[in-house]
Design a protein around this ligand. Structure first.
Ligand code: ARG
Length: 587
């Protein structure tokens, strides 16, 4: 596997410091992993900078002096590349020719898809739960954020070698779906999504809205919905049949949206099957004394020492609560697929719930409870006045996708690119997804955000379409090269010719891909990859602007620059996939 140049230099710096420590008869040593590396503000100052502040206490010398002695040790070790002392720093100028050679050799491995792939999670079994909708309403903008967070983190973890299992729990049971059922029963007149030509989850959602109107006119219907839930629990035939039908509509519709956005799952769990799980566990916990029975008969846990307060786990009538089934489901999942880590992608309003859940599982003695993680994300809204959903409250996912697509199509038409792109409809759909996903992922998950459709679609700026456009530009150049008397077929015999500043920035950015993925995985933060993509596009754009590629005056230089462009295209494509942005070879 490719060892990152930063790691190599961290090790060399650690060796130098350790040699100085030994020379002074000091017993301490420093580990390469603890060495701090900074990127100098200007490339004229070097490619890497190592501040020496951390070693003043150990070596009892001022940082510039330490830097000077470290430099001598590095020179002794025969490390290639330039080394300079700059105040308290040791700065490194990488050997450009050697590095480029290394990069292009590595990128020749791209057929195997291993370029840039760290193996930091090799063998780890990670389960990710995301999306997890309720079946009374179609997916909304919040789900779009959730879905792409989950999908993207899954791909990033898998890129680091993890065995990832993506799961979704569909909350198909409860009073919410009974409400849609009740309204349908009263006013549905046997209508179906087909007869009304409405997407099936939207059809179900309409009845939920209708119920809310009914409830304003006659509050008694709330009680009727509860009655219906009791009938469902008792297995009432008519209720069960209607419940089944409406859930099928809801789920089928949602799956269409998942397909459209490129989101998929390895397994679906249904609350109707899991809602009784957890009850036995509560009984066991009661025996063990982890839980207690309140005066009214409810089963409780006291988590006040954890700062989480008291929490009911079973109601006084013995029925379960939201958390009861989450306890059971987690245990069931671990039996089903023994994970090392389980990540829940769920909104920040459920932080308390997940802290409580994890703490309870830990108290019940489950080893793996320490490896449960709530990837909490903030709210997402549209700027005031933009597009309201048909229900008037939340922004519907399908409607938003449709209007983004329409805006992208207008852009293509406006630029008279319809003919050039071949299939404007398909391209517009992909541009819409690129715009949406990049915009959502570029912000760290924890933050609340506004989604600005127009801004997300801008072709110049820090956007998905800008990245897609970069990919299309490189692709089109490579197509031209292929036509031009086999320029592409020429091997890059002299990669060391790529030593200009603009080329060098691209080379370094490509080499950073590996650590960008590893960092994104470690922080479980897709915005790291988004940021990486933007800097890759910027550095490539400068190279493209500054250096003639097909028209370079020396055939070896043409070949070398083409090889660099191909490597950049490979990394761009690969990274786009990690954040759910469709790649386009024309745009
Ligand atoms: N369907 C739930 C909701 O909309 C989210 C489920 C989250 N997952 C879980 N295991 N509790 O609020």
């Amino acid at each position: 596997m490719f060892i990152h140049y930063k790691e190599i230099w961290k090790q060399r710096i650690a060796n130098a410091i350790n040699a100085l420590l030994a020379e002074n008869g000091l017993p301490e040593t420093v580990a390469a992993s603890s060495v701090v590396v900074k990127i100098p503000p200007q490339s004229s100052m070097g490619d890497l900078g190592f501040p020496m502040f951390a070693y003043t206490k150990l070596l009892r010398k001022a940082p510039p002096q330490i830097a000077q002695s470290a430099l001598e040790k590095l020179a002794d070790s025969g490390a290639s590349g330039g080394v300079k002392v700059m105040g308290p720093h040791v700065n490194i100028f990488l050997d450009r020719a050697e590095t480029v050679l290394e990069l292009l050799k590595e990128s020749a491995l791209r057929e195997k898809g291993s370029f840039g792939k760290p193996e930091t999670l090799k063998g780890a079994r990670i389960m990710l739960e995301f999306s997890s909708p309720n079946t009374n309403k179609p997916l909304h903008l919040g789900h779009l954020r959730n879905d792409i967070l989950g999908e993207s983190i899954s791909r990033i973890l898998a890129a680091c070698g993890a065995d990832v299992r993506k799961v979704c729990i569909i909350n198909d049971r409860g009073v919410h779906i009974c409400k849609s059922m009740l309204a349908y029963q009263a006013y549905g007149e046997g209508k179906t999504p087909e007869s009304e030509r409405v997407k099936s989850d939207h059809f179900v959602g309409k009845w939920y809205v209708r119920f809310n109107q009914m409830s304003k006119e006659d509050p008694c219907v709330e009680e009727k919905a509860q009655d219906m839930l009791r009938k469902w629990e008792a297995g009432d035939e008519e209720v069960t049949a209607l419940w089944k039908k409406m859930n099928e509509w809801a789920v089928a519709g949602m799956k269409e949206t998942y397909k459209r956005t490129g989101v998929s799952f390895d397994a679906y769990y249904f609350e109707s099957k899991t809602y009784l799980l957890g009850k036995d566990e509560i009984a066991r916990g009661l025996e063990k004394g982890v839980f207690y029975k309140a005066d009214d008969g409810a089963v409780m846990i006291d988590l006040s020492t954890e700062g989480l307060g008291e929490k009911a786990l079973l109601r006084k009538d013995g029925t379960s609560i939201y958390i009861t089934q989450d306890i059971g489901t987690a245990i069931f999942r671990h039996e089903d697929w023994a994970f090392d880590r389980l990540i829940y992608v769920v909104g920040s309003e459920q932080q308390h719930h997940f802290k409580t859940l994890f703490s309870i599982l830990d108290k019940l003695g489950y080893e793996w409870a320490k490896n449960l993680y709530h990837l909490s994300y903030g709210m997402v809204n549209l700027p005031e006045g933009k597009m309201k959903s048909r229900e008037g409250t939340v922004v519907d996912a399908d409607d938003l996708l449709d209007s983004l697509k329409e805006m992208a199509l207008q852009e293509i038409k406006g630029k008279e690119r319809e003919e050039a792109v071949g299939n404007p409809d398909e391209i517009a759909e992909k541009v819409a997804l690129g715009a949406l996903h990049y915009y959502l992922l570029q912000v760290s998950a924890a933050k609340d955000m506004l989604f600005n459709p127009k801004e997300s679609l801008s072709f110049n700026g820090n956007t998905g379409p800008y990245l897609q456009y970069m990919g299309a530009r490189i692709s089109s150049m490579l197509r031209k090269a292929a036509l031009k008397d086999g320029a592409l077929a020429r091997p890059a015999a002299k990669p060391e010719m790529l030593s200009g500043d603009a080329e060098w920035e691209v080379v370094k950015t490509l080499l950073d891909y590996n650590s960008a993925i590893a960092a994104a995985a470690e922080k479980m933060d897709s915005s790291v990859v988004a940021t990486y993509l933007y800097s890759l596009s910027k550095s490539f754009s400068k190279f493209y602007h500054d250096c003639p590629i097909l028209n370079a005056d020396n055939p070896d230089l043409v070949a070398a620059r083409l090889a660099l462009s191909e490597a950049a295209l490979f990394v761009l494509k690969d990274a786009l996939n990690l954040v759910g942005i469709p790649f386009l070879d024309v745009m």
